[in-house]
Design a protein around this ligand. Structure first.
Ligand code: AMP
Length: 429
């Protein structure tokens, strides 16, 4: 299938060609036609599947064909959980709308609102927003949402995880009832289904059904290690392997800071990215990581969510996630766009339960390799880390596990490996 056959305008096709895309990704093939028909869509897709273009391209087409009002009220509103994702979506919109007369802007918290407000005053057709700042500006009477024709809830599951449900509900109240609704989510828990039922109107359901392949293209290894020796081990791996671009996951913000400091002391160019970092620092760290001036980016799960980091050769789980699905999200960062990648997990005895849950979810037993000198104490406790230390950024209560869930990581013809199961299998540990 070609972009031509999707019924997109010449202006959009020109922008797509300029971007270098030749074939629409599965989610684009499935989502674009019903969106162009004006239908509500409920899509199962994650970052990396091409979902952004999947909703952006048809929205641009609809808006460019519709009646343009001179004061340019907001006609499309895209809600997304993180600032980084919001900024990336806007960057994509700007590229795709290069040959169209449409204004777009982004608003998110953590930065001065003045420039955002000034931009809104000039007229914005498409607004990308994180829920908190949107509500904030709405409460101050600085934003009008009464002309919104299309609403997108992007990464809806993460928005709920991050405690944005109430904000989303508040936004719904000020939107015109007659509008087109699009919802994208990687997982479909009961909460997500409930949210979808409340917002979407007879939605067409689409799924970026990845071909179920095993995770052959990602080399996954588990290195057992004494807990207190993990920092030394990660530094050894990076320096001896002469690795140039590594995304390292820690479970906590403090852990990310501490590890970053140790890496810097060991001569590794490292930066941390997490919720306590200011927007400037986060943008700088990500830009440095992309341009090669930063070798190791140390991130928490939520901060890393939605980041578009192409062709990442190495992912290291400094600590295993207590939510098994996060493991799949993390390792999906390697080998993007079809390239091979390596995902290494440092595993200490107290993470025994986490590893067991991950292996159950992905349906494979991960190979263990013991590096000499880092052996854990055979008598060390295998008790998991206490609740509260596990996921400090999560604001809402973790979801209950669902025994029927299972699955494996998977690949699709477009690029990165993604989880194929839509079941919600969050651990309540
Ligand atoms: P997304 O899932 O929207 O974050 O997109 C992931 C990456 O795929 C981004 O770098 C996009 O620019 C890229 N992309 C989106 N659609 C296509 C396509 N049809 N062909 C090639 N790359 C694409």
């Amino acid at each position: 299938m070609s972009f031509n056959s999707l019924g997109l305008s010449d202006a959009l096709l020109k922008a797509i060609t300029q971007k270098g895309y030749t074939t629409p990704s599965p989610i684009q093939q499935k989502a674009i036609p019903p969106i162009l028909e004006g239908k509500d869509v409920l899509a199962s897709a994650q970052t990396g599947t091409g979902k952004t273009a999947g909703f952006t391209l048809p929205i641009l087409q609809i808006l460019s064909q519709g009646k343009q009002l001179s004061h340019r009220p907001i006609r499309a509103l895209i809600l997304t959980p993180t600032r980084e994702l919001a900024a990336q979506i806007l960057a994509n919109i700007k590229e795709y709308s290069e040959f169209l007369d449409l204004n777009s802007a982004v608003i998110f918290g953590g930065v001065n609102q003045k420039p955002q407000v000034a931009q809104l005053r000039q007229g914005v057709d498409i607004l990308v927003a994180t829920p908190g700042r949107l509500i904030d500006l709405q409460n101050q009477g600085l934003i009008t949402l009464s002309k919104v024709e299309i609403l997108v809830l992007d990464e809806a599951d993460r928005m709920l995880d991050m405690g944005f449900l109430r904000d989303i509900e508040r936004v719904m109240k000020v939107l015109p009832p007659k509008r087109q609704n699009l919802m994208f989510s990687a997982t479909f828990s009961r909460d997500i289904k409930k949210l979808a039922m409340g917002i979407l109107n007879h939605p067409v359901q689409v799924e970026a059904t990845p071909e179920n392949t095993t995770v052959d293209a990602i080399i996954q290894k588990v290195f057992p290690s004494a807990k207190e020796k993990k920092t030394e081990l990660v530094i050894k791996l990076i320096t001896e392997g002469d690795w140039k671009q590594i995304l390292v996951f820690t479970r906590t913000k403090q852990g990310a800071n501490k590890l970053t400091e140790s890496m810097i002391s060991a001569g590794i160019k490292a930066a941390a990215i997490h919720g306590n970092k200011g927007q400037g620092a986060r943008t700088k760290a990500l830009a440095g990581f992309k341009n090669g001036s930063i070798t190791a980016l140390v991130a928490t799960d939520i901060a890393a969510r939605g980041l578009d980091i192409p062709l990442l050769p190495h992912v290291i789980n400094f600590e295993l996630p207590n939510i098994p699905e996060d493991y799949v999200h993390r390792i999906g960062r390697t080998g993007r766009a079809g390239a091979n990648g390596e995902a290494i997990s440092l595993f200490s005895p107290d993470e025994t339960v986490f590893l067991r849950d991950i292996e159950k979810l992905i349906g494979i037993k991960l190979p263990k390799e013991q590096i000499k000198g880092f052996e854990p104490d055979p008598n060390a406790s295998t008790e998991p880390i206490k609740q509260g230390q596990g996921r400090p950024q999560r604001q809402s209560a973790p979801r209950k596990p669902k025994p029927e869930a299972g699955g494996r990581t998977s690949n699709n013809s477009f690029g990165p490996r993604r989880p194929s199961n839509n079941n919600d299998r969050r651990s309540s540990k």
